[in-house]
Design a protein around this ligand. Structure first.
Ligand code: ADP
Ligand code: ASP
Ligand code: MG
Length: 454
């Protein structure tokens, strides 16, 4: 009979250097007896560095770009040596960076990096870490690399490709394990489109890769190993007294992720939901801590307010038009304009003559100004950058009377520029200035004590 499968994803800090990779090996060993698929992110900060390198190429600063390649190569080789990896692996690491060097040299000369070339370049991070991790795992078993470019099939939206689930499923479900000792290592974040071109799934996308693998393999568990003890009531970098949520309903976890809790990529939950595969968030630096279990069962998950999430650097757009009064199709025209310019709308609130909405930070100023010009043909438009969205999330929101009153009286001295209550009734969210964010989140956390009401 075939054994159960566990998918274990390790984020950047969990593979950042040789000691981290040694901890990973110890953790993977504790899952012996299961078919193990390890999904890895790039080493911490490597993707940022590759992004910076693309900017250098575009600016024609080839020496700086090549210096970054050298630095990255040395970092990976130093980890490989410290881990005592075999010569063959060390050679593969060198080759990977030789390849990168060739690419950077060409792009630096052209002073142009297309989204397609950028994805190819960014993939180096996950390709490098998979070599190091697979090499290190050989100390506890036989290890082989599953090249995600052969398994994760996507469309061609470079920088944020969508997974073609049926094509991907057809490939991943063919993966088999050759005996108890074998450990497989796959790169997170990357895939290939139908034309065989490398794509990436968007920043933080390795969590999503793990969920896709876990779902297609019908895993018993998807483990997301990171640098915090689980999902906390808010980001501990802003509120150090944030507490761990030992068990969360998937709908709340999805909502927190959607509103910016970086610990989990927002798309992660949905594939797992399809097969009700439990997702655990665990700390690779504290592997014996219980972690957070994301559960699909109604009765087991605690109610109440679970957490406060936030997103910085969103853009608020206010659109005014008396034509909205009783007019058909006004909102449709507004959304058509945003869609045409590939701007994705996050929050929305409307009145008789006004619609306010927020846009995520992921667009160029040109995209926004083109959309604004079109909107101005049908309405008056105000754009406010450098805003933040704060979301109070929890299944208790629909059952807690006066919660909105409590929230807004606590921060009554703050200039709240838009309020939206999610149709799911799982969140109350609002927009403030970036500068007010830390104090607002800290005060609300103290007042609402998320996690406590369960
Ligand atoms: P990884 O590299 O492992 O994917 P990330 O940096 O993407 O890790 O996510 C982990 C970080 O998410 C934490 O270090 C923490 O600062 C941040 N974070 C934001 N909101 C939360 C939250 N509600 N619970 C836990 N961590 C959070
Ligand atoms: N390495 C990629 C990033 O930094 C993907 C990930 O870490 O999930 O965005
Ligand atoms: Mg992450």
């Amino acid at each position: 009979m075939s054994k159960s499968t566990v998918v274990m994803k390790f984020g950047g800090t969990s593979v950042q250097d040789a000691p981290a990779i040694r901890r990973l090996v110890e953790i993977v060993e504790t899952r012996k007896g299961l078919n193990r698929l390890v999904v890895v992110s790039a080493l911490a900060k490597v993707t940022d560095s590759l992004v910076a390198l693309c900017k250098d190429c575009e600016a024609g600063n080839r020496p700086q770009a090549l210096a970054r390649v050298e630095e990255l190569k040395e970092r990976h080789l130093a980890v490989a040596r410290e881990l005592g990896l075999k010569t063959e692996t060390i050679d593969q690491v060198s080759e990977l960076f030789l390849d990168l060097e060739g690419l950077v040299s060409a792009l630096g000369a052209l002073k142009e990096v297309s989204p397609r070339s950028k994805d190819r370049l960014l993939a180096t991070g996950e390709l490098g870490s998979s070599l190091l991790v697979s090499g290190a795992l050989e100390s506890i078993g036989r290890s082989s690399i599953v090249d995600s470019r052969d398994f994760i099939v996507t469309d061609s939206q470079y920088g944020g490709a969508q997974v073609n689930f049926s094509a991907t499923n057809a490939r991943i479900s063919l993966v088999t394990w050759d005996g108890a000792e074998e450990i497989k290592v796959a790169q997170g974040f990357i895939g290939k489109d139908q034309n065989g071109v490398t794509t990436t799934l968007g920043r933080g996308g390795s969590d999503y890769s793990a969920a896709v693998y876990g779902t297609c393999l019908s895993a018993v568990k998807i483990e997301i190993w990171t640098d915090v003890d689980g999902i906390l009531t808010t980001d501990p970098r802003l509120v150090p007294e944030a507490t761990i949520l030992p068990k969360m309903h998937f709908s709340e976890a999805a909502e927190l992720a959607y509103f910016g809790a970086k610990v989990l990529h927002p798309a992660t939950i949905y594939p797992a939901l399809e097969k009700r595969i439990p997702v655990w968030i665990l700390n690779s630096k504290n592997p014996t801590a219980r972690g957070t279990e994301i559960t699909f069962s109604e009765e087991r998950a605690p109610a109440g307010i679970s957490g406060i999430a936030f997103k910085r650097n969103v853009t608020l757009v206010n659109i005014y038009s008396t034509r909205m009064l009783g007019a058909h199709g006004f909102l449709k025209s507004v959304f058509d304009i945003f869609a045409r310019h590939q701007l994705s709308v996050d929050l929305i609130s409307t009145s008789e003559v006004n619609v306010s909405l927020t846009l995520d930070g992921n667009f160029s100023p040109e995209m926004l100004s083109r959309a604004k010009a079109e909107l101005e043909q049908i309405a008056q438009v105000e754009v406010h950058a450098e805003r933040s969205v704060v979301a109070v999330v929890g299944r208790g929101i629909r059952t807690t009377p006066g919660l909105a009153g409590q929230i807004f009286s606590e921060i009554s001295d703050t200039n709240v520029q838009m309020i939206s209550m999610g149709a799911s009734e799982l969140n109350i969210s609002f927009v403030i200035e970036n500068g007010e964010l830390p104090a607002v989140v800290q005060r609300l956390h103290r007042k609402l004590q998320p996690g406590k009401t369960s």
